[in-house]
Design a protein around this ligand. Structure first.
Ligand code: CP
Length: 317
């Protein structure tokens, strides 16, 4: 069966998930992003690739980084950008998601950037839009956050050059994390030597080993000699019932402190998709320390989102 993100010519026409995307496609996105990074140092930070196109940002869930960097990216591509304020939109009066999309499509939308608490919402939209309209998933439920994974891959490649010799640890609430899922698919496709998942049993989903991941419940063991650490937030908003004794206890066992970071390689980089909960999953001294590349991730997010939007918008209808 054809990947629903690809058109009949095999071009990426929507970005819904990193699962099933080839190494060639992932690398093409990272290479394209690389060409956009130097734009940030120019007086005029714009290219005309999406001139005349209308990009609609639809964030049904809160966001700081993703929403803002998508907006900056679309503007740098010279698109007209519309941010629908969901709280004052007719969605609050009961209008269905697909009716909202149909109405915005009637306003000649070319590209929808969608964040939604329901897993599968961007895919549903992609199935209903016209062939010339593109959908980019900005995070859906627990399912996927593909542009976060791509900017994470970009950051790793920038600092480590080559994926093939790396050991990457993903730490924390993996069960509820769309970022973890998207990162694991991207890391394995890009040929990382070893992907580790570290967390308490209650926050580790089943099936990780089948995805090619080594699982650890002891953080001191799991961090030994790793090149990259990706810390995750406890996603309390997606937890049903108490899965942890307390955040204090969690920090003691799974919080990234300077002592725990010392178990990794001396040039290990520390990443976090944000938002961070300091003192819960990461100590401030590590978040702000010299091995942290957390703010670099945010900056690279602009170029990566420019790459994704320009590539999908360039796919034939
Ligand atoms: N990483 C991330 O998705 O952050 P926001 O929720 O602020 O967009």
């Amino acid at each position: 069966m054809r990947n629903p993100q690809l058109n009949r010519h095999g071009e990426l026409t929507h970005l819904i998930t990193t699962e099933g995307l080839s190494r060639n496609i992932l690398t093409h996105i990272l290479d394209t992003a690389e060409t956009f990074v130097p734009l940030a140092d120019r007086d005029v930070k714009k290219v005309p690739l999406l001139r005349g196109k209308s990009v609609f940002n639809l964030f049904f869930e809160n966001s700081t980084r993703t929403r803002t960097t998508f907006e900056i990216a679309a503007k740098r591509l010279s698109a007209d950008v519309f941010n629908l304020n969901i709280n004052v939109s007719s969605a609050a009066k009961g209008e269905s998601l697909l009716d909202t999309i149909a109405n915005l499509s009637a306003m000649q939308a070319d590209l929808f950037v969608v964040r939604h608490e329901a897993s599968g919402a961007p895919y549903l939209i992609a199935q209903h839009v016209a062939p010339h309209v593109h959908v980019v998933n900005a995070g859906d439920g627990r399912h996927a956050h593909p542009t976060q994974a791509l900017l994470d891959m970009y950051t790793i490649r920038h600092f480590k050059k080559d994926f093939s010799n790396l050991t990457v640890a993903v730490v924390g609430d993996i069960l509820h994390s769309r970022v973890a899922r998207s990162n694991i698919h991207a890391l394995t496709t890009l040929g990382v030597a070893e992907v580790r998942a570290i967390g308490p049993l209650t926050l580790l989903p089943s099936g990780l080993e089948q995805m090619g991941v080594r699982v650890f419940t002891d953080m001191n063991e799991g961090l030994k000699d790793v090149d990259v650490i990706i810390m995750l937030r406890l996603q309390n908003e997606r937890m049903r019932g108490a899965l942890l004794p307390s955040s204090h206890e969690y920090f003691k066992h799974y919080g990234l402190t300077e002592e725990k970071l010392a178990l990794a390689k001396s040039d290990c980089i520390v990443m976090h998709p944000g938002p961070m909960n300091r003192g819960v999953e990461i100590a401030s001294s590590v978040a702000d320390g010299k091995q942290s590349v957390i703010l670099n991730q945010v900056t690279f997010g602009i170029a990566v989102r420019m790459a994704v939007m320009s590539i999908v918008a360039g796919a034939s209808a």
